[in-house]
Design a protein around this ligand. Structure first.
Ligand code: ADP
Length: 731
């Protein structure tokens, strides 16, 4: 049997796993130690034997013992000294000590031992039963004490856990409430509604009466929300100025700090609610607690929330913290509402400016077109006149080309306006892309020749029918070809090719050997007004933007590719094809053979003197019987006096509108063929003409050729409109 059997217990509250308690035997004589150990082994506890007081103290530093059996007579540190030191340490001050001594316990010396904390004496030689019985009592006592201590610790831990859980739950509820509050507050973008939601959130959950006041000029207060669970009380307080401006129970607004009062006396109540009417109502509610917190928006004090607890409700500091958190959330909601309002105002302003820009562009193009009509008409007339000298013809051609170019620029501006308004309309029919491409190439041929460009064509697509607007697709091809010419130096190459693309489409590729496009510019060239070199090449930078929109309206795609400067550029247009043959297409437009002009009485109503004179002259030269008027009055008189077969009328006239002339003429001649002339070419302008009964709507400057075609389409229903003009015929 070892002298030192007990496992050291490092923690006071970690009992021996076997449930045994420690008993310490201290004696310098090994035989006595052994004897006692044997005697106590029947108790089935841990018996630890040490040979000296010093060793006993060392063990007591680390372990707890149910009882210590201490020999009184030991060499060096005797039992009394050891006992004194054991008592002096807090860990062992209450450990029972039984002295084992040869001295009779009745002896007076024994008193010393008791004074040093001995709980008992055992006379040596020990009587086994007495020894075991005494030790067993202390072992039992130790067990009970340990159990009580453990239970107390567990109870304390349980209470601690419960408190922590209650706090966590309260915090969770607070956070949920605040999150819900944020949601509620952010649903409105109106300041008053935000404050009303705020008051409703606080009552009755946090307080019984809530008033929200905001600063209203010159430091005054203005009530913006009131909430009480009784609607009658709420109504009686609504709109009342509860807080006098000079007193301002809401010191909050003066100090920008919260006011908190959890014991509301009548005096305090008077100071918080100085207005008699308001004070009376509030008194009737028997308030017991009051708090007010400031509301800041963008670091500016904007108002205060006042909260009243009634019927014994008390406010705690966390009530104040909650009210402050809500005030902060209301401030955020107010700020969002302000930003939203500002964004909305900015959007409305941008929309207004955009509309103004569109209207301006429409008017500008009208004003720009009007003077071009007589110029173009006169040039055409002079070209057709045999007596015009040959030396003048190149100059006339130059004027024609430039007027047409200017018309094109104006058209581009108008197209862009229509696209941005989403009002560009396509006249869809089944049409052959190769034919359209050929027409675009034909228009560009003089330019190819002028710059000695080598043009090759390899049109290999087998599916070439698309459901598209031929004029608009031609505009796209022409734009890309015109750019290829413009950006390719004289003598360069342009190749045009086409092939089928899977599953149902075709690709048209226009490749040039010109200046090419830098990679960083490639992404931008399809944006309106984007140009790489405005100075040297002119233009408005609209062609590709319009082309892309037109191709997209055809459910196709246009892309550009270039290896960089000096490497040329490649444009690809992908279009979805259709199987329907051209002649089977619905809504297909039909040409009508040209009839003779002779004998047709045409009334031309145009207030612009130059345009009127030149068109009259040109139409007469084509064999029409033209009578002309400059205003509505004269036009009606001429209709009465002469009758007419065809009416050509400007829409804007000094004394009225072309629509009035048409209405009058249709009254006289229901099958009248009427053509509107206008500087306005937007879809809605054309629709207006169509609704009034005009069969065609020609946009100025008017090409006499197209005007003549429109006249000769008289009686043809439906009609194909001349290129560049819109047919107003109903099919
Ligand atoms: P515009 O030609 O009137 O300037 P576009 O919209 O047709 O307007 O073209 C936009 C820009 O794209 C041009 O200014 C030019 O910088 C670039 N670009 C278009 N086509 C080519 C091309 N074939 N080669 C080089 N650059 C081109």
């Amino acid at each position: 049997m070892s002298l030192d059997r007990a496992q050291p217990a490092t923690e006071r509250d970690s009992p021996d796993p076997a449930g045994k308690v420690n008993i310490l035997l201290v004696d310098d004589r090994p035989d006595k130690l052994l004897a006692m150990q044997v005697l106590l082994s029947e108790l089935h506890e841990n018996v630890v034997s040490v040979p000296s007081g010093k060793e006993a103290l060392r063990r007591l530093l680390r372990e707890d013992f149910a009882v210590i059996l201490l020999d009184v007579n030991m060499p060096g540190m005797d039992g009394f000294e050891t006992a004194a030191l054991i008592r002096s340490r807090s860990r062992s001050e209450a450990t029972p000590i039984i002295f084992v001594s040869e001295i009779d316990p009745a002896d007076n010396h024994v008193a010393r031992g008791y004074s040093l904390g001995a709980v008992d004496y055992i006379q040596s030689p020990v009587v086994p039963e007495i020894l075991r019985a005494k030790v067993a009592v202390f072992v039992e006592l130790y067990r009970k004490t340990e159990m009580v201590r453990r239970q107390a610790a567990e109870h304390a831990r349980f209470l601690q856990e419960q408190t922590a859980r209650a706090l966590a739950e309260a915090e969770m509820q607070r956070m949920t409430f605040l999150a819900e509050a944020s949601d509620t507050l952010s649903t409105s973008l109106d300041q008053r509604q935000i404050f009303e939601s705020l008051a409703r959130l606080l009552v009755p959950r946090v307080g019984d009466l809530c008033l929200v006041d905001v600063l209203a000029g010159k430091g005054g207060l203005h009530q913006v929300a009131v909430a009480h669970s009784d609607p009658v009380v709420e109504e009686s307080l609504r709109g009342l100025q509860c807080f006098a401006e000079e007193n301002c129970a809401v010191q909050v607004l003066r100090t920008a700090r919260p006011v908190f009062c959890d014991a509301l006396t009548p005096d305090l109540l008077d100071s918080h609610f100085p207005q008699p009417e308001c004070c009376e109502i509030v008194r009737g509610l028997q308030p017991t607690a009051y708090l007010a917190v400031p509301i800041f928006a963008r670091q500016q004090l904007v108002g205060a929330i006042s909260l009243l607890g009634t019927g014994g409700r008390v406010f705690e500091t966390r009530t104040l913290a909650l009210a402050e958190s809500l005030a902060q959330r209301a401030a955020v909601a107010l700020d969002n509402a302000r930003l939203y309002r500002r964004a909305q105002d900015a959007r409305l302003e941008a929309e207004r400016a955009n509309r103004a820009k569109d209207d301006f562009l429409a008017m500008l193009s009208h004003e720009l077109r009007t003077p071009l009509t007589p110029v173009l008409a006169t040039v055409l007339g002079l070209t057709e006149q045999e007596e015009t000298p040959a030396s003048l013809r190149p100059h006339l051609e130059l004027i024609r080309r430039n007027v047409e170019l200017e018309t094109r620029l104006i058209d581009d501006l108008l197209d862009l306006t229509s696209i941005s308004r989403g009002k560009l309309q396509l006249r869809l029919e089944v049409t052959d892309v190769h034919e359209i491409l050929a027409a675009a190439l034909a228009i560009c041929r003089p330019d190819f020749e002028a710059r000695a460009l080598q043009v090759t064509c390899a049109l290999q697509a087998t599916r070439t029918l698309v459901a598209g607007d031929a004029a608009r697709l031609q505009q796209v091809f022409w734009n890309v070809l015109k750019n290829a010419v413009k950006f390719t130096p004289p003598g360069g190459r342009i190749s045009v090719s086409s092939w089928d693309s899977a599953p149902n489409g075709l690709i048209v590729e226009i490749r040039d050997s010109g200046f090419g496009i830098l990679p960083e510019q490639l992404a931008k060239i399809f944006d309106a007004f984007e140009q790489v070199d405005r100075k040297n090449f002119g233009g408005l930078g609209l062609g590709l933007a319009i082309s892309r929109s037109l191709v997209q309206l055809h459910r196709g795609e246009i892309t550009a590719h270039s290896e960089g400067q000096g490497t040329g550029a490649t444009f690809r247009i992908v279009l979805p094809t259709t199987d329907a043959p051209a002649q089977a297409s619905t809504g297909q437009l039909v040409d009508v053979p040209v009839s003779a002009a002779d004998g047709l009485r045409v009334l031309l109503v145009e207030d612009n003197a130059d345009t009127n004179a030149s068109l009259t002259w040109l139409l007469r030269r084509r064999g029409f019987d033209v009578i002309s008027a400059h205003n509505v009055g004269t036009a009606l008189a001429l209709i009465d006096a002469h009758g007419l077969d065809v009416l050509i009328s400007d829409l804007g006239l000094p004394d009225g509108s072309g629509l009035q002339v048409l209405a009058y003429a249709l009254g006289k001649q229901p099958r009248l063929h009427a053509i509107a002339l206008s500087g306005y070419g937007m879809a809605e302008d054309m629709q207006k003409s169509r609704d009034a009964g005009f069969r065609h709507h020609l946009v100025k400057p008017v090409d006499v050729q197209k005007l003549e075609e429109a006249i000769q389409l008289r009686d043809a229903v439906p009609v194909r409109h001349a290129a560049g003009a819109e047919s107003a015929a109903q099919s």
